[in-house]
Design a protein around this ligand. Structure first.
Ligand code: AHG
Ligand code: MN
Ligand code: MN
Length: 339
C-alpha cells in the first residue's frame, strides 16, 4: 500500500496550479531535492569522514568556510547545472553570481549550508533556497538576483536534523516532506503547514544583549516577565542555525530575532538567501517577517550579500516586538552601543 506521497509526485500534481508553466519550475525543485539528498548523506556521516573541520578558505562574508559548506555549494550548483532550468545562481559561498544556462528562465539564490558552525558538534544544520523568474532577456545579470522578496516564485529549506525535512512554498501555502532513508524519498508529512498566531518561544542570541538596540532589550525583558494571561515568561530556545530555530518556531509558534548589533550594524543575516526565502515561507504559513519596522519581502535589494535585521515568526509576537521597536523610537548609534 502506498500510503504516502513523495516530493516528486507532489510536485507533478501541483504543476496544475500553474496552467501556463511548462514544468521547468517543477524540474528545478526536483533538482534541488536531489542535491539535498546527496548533502544529507554527507552531513549524516560527517563525524566519520575526514570532512570535518575547516576548508582553509575564508568566504565572502569573512567567515571561515567549513568543508561541508564547500561540498554543499558544489552539489547544489552541479545539480542546477545538470538540470538545466537555472540561468544563474547566487550563493553565500561565492562573491559573484555564477552563470549556469542562459537559455533557462529561473534564478536561484542559496545558502547551501546554514548553521555550519554546528556541524562539528552534531547539531542541526540546513539549506535555504529562493527562486525567481529572470527579468533580463539575454545574458542573465545581477539585476536578476537583486529582485525584491515579493517577486519570489518559490522558496524552501532543508533541515538536516534528527530527521531530514524539505519544506517549501510556491506561494500557495507551505508543505513539509520528511526524508525516509529506507527508500531515499522525501514523503509528504506536514501538508499545509500553518504557524500558530502566537506562541511562547523566543529565539535570539541573548549573549549579544548588551549590543542590542533599546527596543529589542525591552522586548526581551517583556518575554521574561511573569503574566498568566499571555503565558509569560516565555521559553528561550536558540540553536544557532536559523533553519532549525525557524523550523521549530514554525511548528510550535514563536519568534526569531536577529537584530542590528554594534558588531553588525546592518544585522548579520543575508537578505537574498536567508531572510527573503524564510520570510516568504513564514508569511505563506500565516506568520510575519519584518526588519523591526518594514516587511522583509518589500525591502529594496541592492547587493547580493546584503544583510538585514529580522523579526520573524508568529504574527502576534512579531507585532509585539515591533511595538517595542516603535516605542523605543528611531535607532541611534547610542542605542546600539550602550548597555
Ligand atoms: P551560516 O552558517 O550560513 O553562516 O549562517 C549562520 C547564521 C544563522 O544560521 C544563525 O541563525 C546565525 O548565523 C547565528 O549567529 P550567532 O552565532 O551570531 O547567533
Ligand atoms: Mn546561513
Ligand atoms: Mn551558510
Amino acid at each position: 500500500m502506498l500510503g504516502f506521497q513523495t516530493l516528486g509526485q507532489f510536485i507533478i500534481e501541483k504543476q496544475a496550479d500553474f496552467p501556463y508553466a511548462k514544468g521547468e519550475l517543477s524540474r528545478l525543485l526536483r533538482d534541488i531535492g536531489i542535491a539535498a539528498k546527496i548533502v544529507n548523506r554527507e552531513v549524516n556521516k560527517a563525524g566519520l569522514m575526514d570532512i570535518l573541520g575547516h576548508a582553509g578558505n575564508i568566504n565572502v562574508q569573512g567567515e571561515s568556510q567549513q568543508k561541508l559548506d564547500v561540498f554543499a555549494d558544489e552539489q547544489f550548483i552541479s545539480a542546477l547545472r545538470s538540470g538545466g532550468e537555472c540561468c544563474i545562481v547566487a550563493s553565500e559561498e561565492n562573491e559573484d553570481f555564477i552563470p549556469i544556462n542562459d537559455e533557462a528562465k529561473y534564478v536561484v539564490a542559496i545558502d547551501p549550508l546554514d548553521g555550519s558552525s554546528n556541524i562539528d558538534v552534531n547539531v542541526a544544520v540546513g539549506t535555504i533556497f529562493s527562486i525567481y523568474r529572470r527579468v533580463s532577456a539575454h545574458g542573465a545579470c545581477l539585476s536578476d538576483v537583486l529582485q525584491k522578496g515579493t517577486e519570489q516564485v518559490a522558496a524552501g529549506y532543508i533541515i538536516y536534523g534528527s530527521s531530514t525535512m524539505l519544506v517549501y512554498t510556491t506561494g500557495k501555502g507551505v508543505n513539509g516532506f520528511t526524508l525516509d532513508p529506507s527508500i531515499g524519498e522525501f514523503c509528504l508529512s506536514h501538508p499545509d503547514l500553518q504557524i500558530p498566531k502566537t506562541g511562547t518561544i523566543y529565539s535570539v542570541n541573548e549573549g549579544n544583549y548588551v549590543h542590542f538596540p533599546k527596543g529589542v532589550k525591552q522586548y526581551i525583558k517583556y518575554c521574561q516577565v511573569e503574566d498568566v494571561s499571555t503565558n509569560r515568561p516565555y521559553t528561550s530556545r536558540y540553536i544557532g542555525s536559523m533553519v532549525a530555530d525557524l523550523h521549530r518556531n514554525l511548528i510550535k509558534g514563536g519568534i526569531f530575532v536577529y537584530p542590528v548589533t554594534s558588531a553588525a550594524p546592518n544585522g548579520k543575516l543575508r537578505l537574498v538567501y536567508e531572510c527573503n526565502p524564510m520570510a516568504f515561507i513564514i508569511e505563506q504559513a500565516g506568520g510575519r517577517a519584518t526588519n523591526g519596522w518594514d516587511r522583509i519581502l518589500a525591502l529594496p535589494v541592492t547587493e547580493l550579500h546584503q544583510r538585514s535585521p529580522i523579526f520573524i515568526g508568529s504574527e502576534a509576537m512579531v507585532k509585539r516586538a515591533e511595538a517595542f521597536m516603535a516605542e523605543a523610537g528611531t535607532l541611534t548609534f547610542n542605542d546600539i552601543i550602550t548597555a
